[in-house]
Design a binder for this molecule. Structure first.
Ligand code: SAM
Length: 256
C-alpha cells in the first residue's frame, strides 16, 4: 500500500542531496557515497554472483526466501541503478555492503513486531529486512516520490505483504506511526536523527540505527538528546561477526 502524503514536496530534492551527502559520510566514513546523487545514473547491470561466504550468510539470513532476496538484488542492480537510487559503483558490493549488511539486523527484531524504517531510499534496510522477517510488519517512510514508486513496484513484484510504503518525511507521520523498532541507515547524523526517529517509537520500543565509523563522535555530539528524548544508554554493537566479511555497526538505544 502506498499513501501519498502530499503532491508538492517542494525542496525535498535539495534536502535529499544534502542528506545523501551527509549520510553517506556517516555510514561509511570517507568511503564512496551510496546514492545516485553523488555517482550519477548508470545503465542497468547484471547482479553480482554471490561468493561462497556471501551465499552462506544469505542462506542464514533469508532462509527459504533467498530466491526472493536474489530477485531484490536484480532490481537494485537493474532499475535501481538505472533510476539513480544507488550509484553504479555499488553493484559489485550489492550483497556485501548493502543487502546482507542490512539483513543482519533481522534476528534482532521482535517476533511478530512492527518496524518503521525512516528514509528507506531503495528499501535499505526496510525491504531487505521484510524479506528476512516475514513475521514482522514494516512501514517504510520515504519522502521522494520516485524512490517510493520504485519501491512500490519492487514490493509488488516480490509479493511482500508485510510492507506498507508511506510517502512522507518522518516528522509528518508522528501521529500515525508507532513502532516497536525504528531503523534508519544513511539518513543523517544522530543529532538530527534522534528527533526524527524517536517520535515514531512505542513507549517500550528501541532504536536500531545502522551507523558508520563516526558513531562514537555522533553519540558525543548528541549526548544531551538521549535524556531529552527519554532514551536509555546507547550501545554500539557489531553485527555479523563470523558471518559477514564487513560487520554492521548498529547503535541500539531503548526508550525509557
Ligand atoms: C542517503 S539516502 C539512504 C537511503 C537508504 N536508507 C540507504 O541506506 O541506502 C537518505 C534517504 O533519506 C530520505 N530522507 C531524508 N530526510 C528524511 C526525512 N526527514 N524523513 C524520511 N526520510 C528522509 C531521503 O529521501 C533519502 O531517500
Amino acid at each position: 500500500m502506498t499513501r501519498p502524503q502530499h503532491e508538492d514536496l517542494g525542496d525535498v530534492e535539495a534536502q535529499r542531496r544534502a542528506a545523501d551527502a551527509e549520510a553517506a559520510a556517516h555510514v561509511h566514513g570517507d568511503e564512496p557515497a551510496l546514492s545516485g546523487a553523488q555517482e550519477g545514473h548508470g545503465p542497468a547491470q547484471e547482479p553480482p554472483e554471490l561468493t561462497a561466504a556471501e551465499r552462506r550468510a544469505a542462506e542464514v539470513l533469508f532462509g527459504e526466501r533467498l530466491p526472493l532476496a536474489e530477485r531484490y538484488v536484480e532490481h537494485l542492480c537493474g532499475t535501481g541503478i538505472e533510476h539513480g537510487l544507488l550509484g553504479p559503483r555499488e553493484v559489485p558490493r550489492m550483497w556485501s555492503r548493502h543487502v546482507l549488511n542490512c539483513a543482519v539486523l533481522g534476528p534482532e527484531l521482535p517476533a511478530g513486531g512492527t518496524v518503521a524504517d525512516v528514509g528507506s531510499g531503495a528499501g535499505l534496510p526496510g525491504i531487505a529486512l521484510a524479506l528476512a522477517r516475514p513475521d514482522v510488519g514494516f512501514q517504510l517512510i520515504e519522502p521522494m516520490e520516485r524512490r517510493v514508486q520504485w519501491m512500490d513496484a519492487v514490493v509488488k513484484d516480490l509479493g511482500l505483504d508485510n510492507v506498507e510504503l508511506i510517502r512522507a518525511r518522518a516528522e509528518e507521520v508522528t501521529d500515525e506511526v508507532m513502532a516497536d523498532v525504528v531503523t534508519a541507515r544513511a539518513v543523517s547524523a544522530l543529532k538530527k536523527l534522534i528527533p526524527l526517529t524517536v517520535p515514531l517509537l512505542a513507549d517500550d520500543g528501541e532504536l536500531l540505527l545502522l551507523k558508520g565509523r563516526s558513531v562514537d563522535q555522533e553519540i558525543t555530539a548528541a549526548r544531551k538528546l538521549f535524556s531529552k528524548h527519554r532514551l536509555g544508554r546507547p550501545v554500539v554493537e557489531q553485527l555479523g561477526e563470523g558471518l559477514l566479511e564487513e560487520t554492521t555497526t548498529v547503535l541500539r538505544c531503548p526508550r525509557r
